[in-house]
Design a protein around this ligand. Structure first.
Ligand code: NDP
Length: 270
């Protein structure tokens, strides 16, 4: 039986084992998928141990995506662009690193939510690992403009500075410089919701028919509540992104693309 796992700290809450078990059952793949909590200073030792035990790959979650990037001996272009890795594959002593977060988010928005990004004004809140991971795929969807706003403005500016010039106009700012701005899509990629903290966002951010998307899932976050109070037309949590990024990792490992819709429906029902 091929073995896989998700590594994080904490990891107890992770739905990845449920999702991969559902994909395996649906596609007739023989595999086991567990969860492993690594000590904060023990990520590399845990990965090495799993590799020696014959595991075929791992997903990596908070806070180890940057360490996974450094550990990979080979990187896909999208992982290199992101500077962060959430999917490791072990083959013949090599460690392949990929990042499926961005493709997961964009598929959820375009396919599951049937919302267009092309030509839209997008606001990305946050400049951590998740924001880095989704930046490239978001730009590939050709928005009119992309503004990155972060509490630590330098990090947003550094992200913008790394992007190769393209058709989308880009800028970085702090939350206090968002007043009088309007967006068609606002994506919360901060971890503020984990601590139930409200972002200092001004009123009037959402254009007519705007989408508010929080990468967190499982409950209404302060950002989702703010979007509701502000009258955003569509409000989505990150469950679809979670399932879509898992489907892409499953495809990398098994070369079979699972149907995500029934898995998402089952998770929502649960
Ligand atoms: P990081 O720790 O790398 O980054 C955290 C970001 O949140 C930084 O931009 C940080 O700002 C900001 N932040 C944290 N607290 C606050 C606050 N109180 N006010 C304002 N800004 C704040 O985390 P990740 O990028 O890895 O994860 C971000 C979120 O995305 C998490 O909630 C995670 O669960 C979710 N996620 C969901 C996925 C899914 O599949 N649905 C996939 C990946 C992530 P600063 O730079 O100033 O510190």
């Amino acid at each position: 039986m091929d073995r896989y796992a998700v590594i994080g700290h904490p990891v107890e809450h992770s739905k990845s084992p449920l999702i991969h078990a559902a994909f395996a059952q649906q596609t007739g793949q023989q595999l086991e998928y567990g969860k492993v909590q690594a000590p904060l200073d023990g990520f590399v030792a845990i990965v090495t141990d799993l590799q020696e035990k014959g595991y075929r790959g791992v997903n990596v979650t908070v806070p180890f995506k940057f360490e996974a990037y450094s550990l990979a001996t080979e990187l896909t272009p999208r992982a290199r662009d992101a500077g962060a890795v959430n999917t490791l594959t072990f083959t013949d002593g090599a460690i392949h690193g990929d990042n499926t977060d961005g493709v997961g988010l964009v598929r959820d928005i375009l396919q599951n939510l049937a919302f267009t990004l092309a030509g839209k004004r997008v606001l990305l809140l946050g400049a951590g690992g998740a924001a880095e991971g989704v930046l490239g795929p978001l730009l590939e969807a050709s928005p009119l403009s992309l503004c990155i706003a972060n509490r630590t403005v330098d990090k947003a500016e550094a992200m913008v500075a790394r992007v190769r010039p393209g058709q989308t106009s880009l800028d970085a700012r702090g939350f206090d410089a968002l007043a009088d701005q309007e967006f068609d899509v606002v994506i919360n990629a901060t971890s503020s919701g984990l601590h139930n903290e409200r972002l200092p966002l001004p009123s009037g951010l959402f254009a007519a028919d705007a989408l508010a998307y929080d990468m967190m899932y499982g409950r209404e976050t302060p950002f989702m509540r703010y979007a509701r109070e502000e009258g955003a037309s569509r409000i989505a949590d990150g469950l679809g992104m979670l399932v879509e990024q898992a489907a892409e990792a499953f495809y990398i490992w098994r070369r079979v693309r699972p149907d995500t819709a029934p898995v998402m429906a089952a998770l929502r029902a649960a």
